[in-house]
Design a protein around this ligand. Structure first.
Ligand code: ADP
Ligand code: MG
Length: 286
């Protein structure tokens, strides 16, 4: 395409709320074979809510809110909200530590306390009954975090983040064009698969540590050009590694800076609209 055609293309995108940072990005969109999505905040709304507490609810939330008070994770916000709603008085935790992709640890009432996934709770034995409950909740698309105190699991908390109403249609239109769709997430395999089934995503890569997202994008690049769609701080390396990095407008500043395209309206269907725009620009169809 001529420089003028590119300018017209990016100008049209801007009017639709699809900010394309330069002409080369628009050109790359045309050749994309795989679209890789982050889950939380991209396919889902990004406002997780506590749905179930298994165990003594007051005790479980007392420990969990004490730990999560110092965390900035979206799951922490959901847990704190539930704790406040129930008027749980949480003691102040000390020695707080956030462990990326796993959870948080601290001292509560002078005892070792943890909230997180199975990767973090390796010392605490999980009963067959709790395991069964966790699987049931995960298959219902709920993220499960275990709460441990003094090397014992005291309960679990299920947290749900619903899919955006437009995600299914957005995925369907990309698939109709012959594109492969993938979800990449730090969440558990069962939860990720349940969400993927709801929205029609082809392939799921779960339990991915934040630092490994970019490597997965690189692996898909062996099959052709890759677009990555994300919103979080930890999505930035994947956004820059992908041939086309697409950031949600509601995302963190770091993600927005890393993206070559920004979806101002936070509408996932704009991924397909960017593709249509690119084809029109390069085929000079009006
Ligand atoms: P995502 O890719 O969905 O943004 P993260 O890498 O941030 O996921 O987190 C992956 C998993 O680590 C979560 O699903 C949860 O099990 C656990 N985790 C991370 N931070 C916390 C926290 N503050 N409290 C509880 N669990 C956490
Ligand atoms: Mg996200």
């Amino acid at each position: 395409a001529t420089p003028t055609a590119l300018m017209v293309g990016t100008g049209r995108g801007a009017k639709m709320g699809i900010l394309i940072k330069n002409g080369e990005v628009l050109e790359a969109v045309n050749d994309v074979k795989t679209v890789v999505f982050d889950k939380t905040g991209t396919i889902t709304v990004g406002q997780p809510q506590v749905t179930d507490v298994i165990g003594d609810e007051t005790q479980v939330l007392r420990v969990a809110t004490s730990l999560e008070a110092a965390s900035e994770h979206p799951l922490a916000a959901a847990i704190l909200k539930r704790g406040q709603a129930l008027g749980v008085a949480a003691p102040t935790a000390t020695d707080f530590q956030a462990i990326e992709g796993k959870g948080v640890t601290a001292q509560v009432d002078g005892q070792a306390a943890v909230v997180g996934n199975h990767k973090l709770l390796t010392d605490e034995p999980i009963s067959a009954e709790l395991q069964r409950q966790a699987i049931r909740l995960q298959d219902a698309a709920k993220t499960v975090v275990y709460v441990g105190l003094n090397h014992q699991i005291v309960g679990l908390i299920a947290i749900q983040d619903v899919a955006k109403s437009t995600s299914k249609a957005a995925i369907a239109s990309l698939k109709a064009r012959g594109l492969k769709t993938v979800m990449l997430t730090g969440d558990n395999e069962r939860v990720a698969q349940a969400v993927a089934d709801q929205v029609g995503i082809d392939e799921v890569i779960a339990d991915v540590l934040p630092g490994d997202k970019a490597d997965h994008v690189q692996a898909f690049q062996k099959e052709g050009k890759v677009a990555f769609v994300g919103d979080g701080i930890n999505d930035a390396p994947a956004l820059t590694t992908a041939d086309v990095g697409i950031a949600m407008g509601s995302g963190t500043d770091i993600a927005i800076d890393a993206g070559g395209i920004v979806l101002v309206k936070n509408d996932l269907r704009d991924v397909d609209r960017a593709l249509v725009l690119s084809k029109k620009t390069f085929n000079r169809i009006k």
